[in-house]
Design a protein around this ligand. Structure first.
Ligand SMILES: [Zn+2]
Length: 378
């Protein structure tokens, strides 16, 4: 045996030993696709405690028929009421995944942008850090890259990322012009439906319905658009941004706020169950759900949010999927809104936090998979 061969076999041994140790360390991860859902301004109070009985009346909640609303959402203790309001969230997402943010469990999910309204909140969720330059909800193109845009810039995800939002500021938050992301938001007509006839019907309905808000369409249209896109295009990353919860609260209608929360839960269930029925998604999809800000408390405070409304800095974040241990409602932890972006990418096996020093790391314990070391990192 020549010296050269000995050296080669030694190198081969090293290579095998190295790759073995690497494969031992890396949990490859099951997640290939991801669903991100935000429910605008849905309070932690309702998420963890169900309907707030103090608000089911005419004066505090604008409720014309309190008896009916109490019968629908007001029975039992907090645990029973939250199951009534958000059955899929509690029976499936928390049972099989995790939720952060229950103050009763000493778990704090906090907004860090200091403003506690929508654009700064969505910036923090999607870019992974607060941006002091975003100080209003104006339609200003986002100066920063967000995690959807960052993923869409990779060949693996190019054209595979889509966002459907009820609020018409999303094309600016996601900087559609720069990012080239597929974004459909506000009262913008849908472009895809199950059939051309169906598309015409849905868009005609959206045209003819009275518009309670100029800048926010009813969530049903956002959902119709997202579902049609899911069936026809099967994107790797789908973002659905629901908005009605926030707007019914601002309108002082606690009954319609509760109905919107209940509907949002049903939409989560429909999206998730549809994905589990499609071969591209079944068993290899993760779900992240959160909100852009909290709201105030008490008989007036619940309607609004911002620096003048204590508690607006508290949110909740839930994660479900094959790479997330079933840990339920997390205890004794503090997390921030900015951790959502890196969690989304980490679930997909991509390290967004490496792309920008401002990005906050992924949620602790929510992602078991590790990143494959890049070739140049060895
Ligand atoms: Zn909001």
């Amino acid at each position: 045996m020549s010296h050269c061969n000995v050296r080669n076999s030694f190198l081969a041994f090293l290579a095998i030993a190295f790759s073995f140790s690497v494969s031992l360390q890396i949990h490859a991860g099951e997640t290939e696709r991801l669903l991100l859902v935000t429910i605008d301004g849905l309070r932690w109070q309702e998420v963890f405690g169900g309907a707030d009985l103090r608000l089911i009346d005419k004066e505090a909640g604008g409720v014309e028929r309190p008896e009916e609303v109490r019968a629908k959402y007001g029975s039992g203790d907090a645990a029973a009421r939250r199951e009534t309001l958000l059955p899929f969230f509690w029976d499936v997402i928390v049972q099989q995944g995790q939720v952060f943010g229950d103050p009763a469990r000493n778990c704090h999910a906090m907004v860090t942008n200091g403003l506690f309204f929508s654009y700064p909140g969505y910036h923090e969720i999607l870019c992974g850090f607060p941006e002091p330059e975003i100080t209003s909800n104006d339609k200003v193109p986002n100066p920063n890259v967000n995690v959807l845009e960052w993923l869409n810039s990779k060949p693996k995800y190019q054209g595979q990322v889509a966002a459907f939002g009820s609020w018409d500021v999303f094309p600016f938050i996601l900087n559609q012009q720069r990012s080239g992301l597929c974004v459909n938001a506000g009262w913008q007509a849908l472009e895809i439906a199950e059939s051309p006839e169906r598309l015409e019907q849905v868009n005609a309905l959206a045209e003819e319905l009275p518009r309670y808000w100029q800048s926010v369409r009813y969530d049903v249209f956002t959902m119709r658009g997202a579902m049609a896109y899911l069936h026809q295009r099967r994107p790797k990353l789908l973002y659905v941004a629901l908005g009605e919860t926030d707007d019914w609260a601002h309108a002082g209608r606690y009954d319609l706020y509760l109905d919107a929360a209940r509907r949002s839960d049903r939409y989560l269930q429909t999206l998730w169950e549809t994905m589990q029925s499609l071969p591209e998604y079944a068993g290899k999809t993760s779900l992240v759900v959160t909100t852009d800000h909290g709201r105030g408390d008490g008989r007036e405070g619940w309607k609004s949010h911002g620096v003048d409304y204590p508690g607006s800095d508290r949110i909740w974040i839930a994660v479900l999927g094959p790479d997330t241990p079933a840990a339920g409602s997390i205890r004794n932890y503090s997390v921030t809104q900015g951790q959502v972006a890196a969690t989304v990418s980490a679930l997909l096996g991509e390290d967004y936090a490496l792309s920008n020093r401002r990005v906050t790391p992924a949620l602790p314990g929510a992602v078991t998979r590790e990143f494959r070391p890049a070739p140049d990192a060895r």
